[in-house]
Ligand binder design. Structure first.
Ligand code: ZN
Length: 251
């Protein structure tokens, strides 16, 4: 190995893949150690190669990477877990793509964010194991991503008078703040019932180990998912393509 070439090992999730030429692939990895990394995988389209399996979208793998003057090449790769389920419905796949997009948008190049990675991996796990109602997983992922990536809403109490609870409270998308019925003024605020408010608070404030362990009726989860989606979109002013696609195919 020459001096201009170094080698390092990371673990990460393939959040984007692109074919290059006849047999190569350019993958975007969300790694535990180094955040977002783009790397070439030579020969990765050869389906017999271990590298092919390890560089598939939605696969969590261990990678040995060569850094040659700032260009990363995957030297070796071993798959550890795949969140791509054969025969899974298109709605689930679209949601998985959206979680990858969240990782792409909020992850930072060569800067680790273990909390976000853990969140994305757990959401993919719960989604593919069909353990929770998908809109619930979507809401958890959106709002917790926002909270850990600099867009933490203030859900403690009414911003105007400090009231903790009301039969209906209002959540302002623009301010990321809560208002009671009397203090409500912003036109962009959405009404939230006690059930939905407790879910919003749980997603933002709970310890990670308890994050997925709560339940609300499906109709409330659908409403909650609409709110968290609007919140992350308004706050970041980002046009999430995978979210658009997901919404376009939803029944
Ligand atoms: Zn108030």
């Amino acid at each position: 190995m020459t001096q201009s070439q170094t080698r390092f090992t990371v673990e990460g999730l393939v959040i984007k893949e692109m074919d290059v030429g006849e047999s190569d692939r350019l993958v975007t990895l969300f790694t535990r150690e180094a955040g977002i990394i783009k790397a070439f995988a030579a020969g990765a389209k050869n389906i017999k190669s271990k590298k092919a399996a390890a560089t598939n979208l939605l696969t969590y793998s261990s990678f040995t990477i060569l850094n040659k003057k700032g260009t990363y090449r995957i030297y070796e790769a071993t798959p550890k877990a795949s969140f791509f389920t054969v025969g899974s419905n298109i709605e689930m796949l679209a949601l998985e793509q959206y979680f990858c997009e969240l990782a792409l948008v909020f992850g930072e190049n060569e800067n680790p964010n273990e909390e976000l990675l853990r969140l994305i991996l757990n959401s993919l796990h719960f989604l593919t194991k069909e353990k929770r109602y998908p809109p619930m997983i979507k809401a958890i992922t959106e709002l917790r991503t926002a909270a850990v990536c600099g867009y933490m809403p203030n859900l403690v109490a009414c911003q105007g008078c400090g009231k903790f609870e009301d039969s209906i409270m209002f959540f302002s998308m623009e301010n990321g703040a809560l208002y009671c019925g009397e203090c409500r003024h912003a036109a962009d605020s959405l009404p939230v019932s006690k059930t939905v408010l407790s879910a919003l608070r749980h997603i933002v404030f709970s310890e990670f180990k308890n994050l997925y362990s709560f339940n609300i009726p499906e109709s409330d989860a659908d409403y909650l998912s609409g709110i968290t989606e609007k919140y992350i979109t308004v706050q970041t002013d980002y046009d999430f393509q995978a979210l658009k696609f997901f919404n376009s195919i939803k029944e």
